[in-house]
Design a protein around this ligand. Structure first.
Ligand code: HEM
Length: 276
């Protein structure tokens, strides 16, 4: 592990980020002795309320609202944060290897913007529009949480002519929305270009693309995840040339996905990296 971290600096950054988030939450949780999920103000989904000094704002909010959050650390945080990000990068690499013209476009962009510099910085992401389009297109076709988290109305509600009875479980199928032919041109095709010059984003405002959900239960790890997947993918593409092993060249890549905790590839991607 240590050798890998030394060789791939962004991995060290990822490990440190996840570990710090984990430890900080662990500390907050241990000190507060929180009971399970408060109704009036679930902090999850309201993290923007924390401000610059989270310790102070947390104390203030807790005085007003009582217990603020409950996250099952092992199960929730690591499962929610690691598989989702790694499967996004795995699907992006898979699609790029299946679509050589997109691979060429993204590598050309990296060569022009990053040049011979080896390490990708967070600040570089805004100057890599094609890379951003690749990530959006990957989220559209392969949303890591295909049905989001279930919702349950506390009263019977009517939305767009449909009555949703109190207490029913509602699943939002973002996987199907991403492939809806009334919304997307050639929805089954991997075409990052569709996002160039488009204002559609994945932060919970445009309902065509909701990989992180929307509303107050929006993924609280979104800001970290967005940085991670862009920097991870850009680093993999900038430091290595990727090719398929002979059998995959011959038989093609298995594109099946399986529904589980996340939408993972049935057959993990196994490809050849040659340092550039
Ligand atoms: C590509 C990466 C990720 C994707 C696509 C993703 C997606 C999602 C989605 C769709 C939800 C449910 C939102 C809803 O139903 O409206 C969710 C919830 C959650 N995510 Fe993420 N996530 C990612 C990364 C992360 C990371 C890095 C963390 C933490 C380090 C994280 C922590 C959580 C937690 C704790 C919840 C539960 C929130 C709640 O109970 O309200 N996620 N995520």
């Amino acid at each position: 592990m240590v050798t890998v971290v030394v060789l791939v600096p962004w991995l060290a950054w990822l490990v440190v980020s996840l570990l710090s988030f984990y430890l900080l939450t662990l500390l907050a949780h241990a000190r507060s002795g929180l009971p399970p999920g408060p109704r009036p103000l679930p902090l999850i989904g309201s993290l923007h309320l924390l401000g610059d000094k989270p310790h102070r704002s947390l104390a203030r909010l807790a005085k007003i609202h009582g217990p603020l959050m409950s996250i099952r650390l092992g199960a929730d945080l690591f499962a929610a944060g690691s598989d989702t990000s790694s499967s996004t990068v795995e699907w992006a690499m898979t699609e790029l290897l299946q679509n050589p013209s997109s691979m060429a476009m993204v590598c050309d962009e990296l060569a022009q913007v990053i040049g011979s510099r080896r390490n990708i910085e967070e600040a570089d992401i805004s100057r890599l529009p094609y890379l951003q389009a690749v990530i959006k297109e990957t989220f559209r076709l392969h949303p890591p949480a295909p049905l989001l988290l279930p919702r349950q109305p506390e009263t019977t509600v009517k939305i767009a002519g449909c009555t949703i009875p109190k207490g029913s479980r509602v699943f939002i199928n973002v996987w199907a929305i991403g492939r809806d032919k009334d919304v997307w041109i050639e929805p089954e095709k991997f075409m990052p270009e569709r996002f160039l010059g488009s204002t559609i984003d994945f932060r919970g405002v445009d309902f065509e693309l909701l990989p992180f959900g929307a509303g107050r239960r929006l993924c609280p790890g979104m800001a970290l995840a967005i940085r991670m997947v862009h920097v991870m993918l850009a680093s993999l593409l900038n430091q290595f040339k990727w090719s398929l092993p002979v059998e995959l060249e011959r038989d093609g890549i298995n594109m099946e996905d399986q529904f589980g905790l996340t939408l993972a590839k049935v057959v993990p991607l196994c490809i050849i990296a040659t340092p550039i």
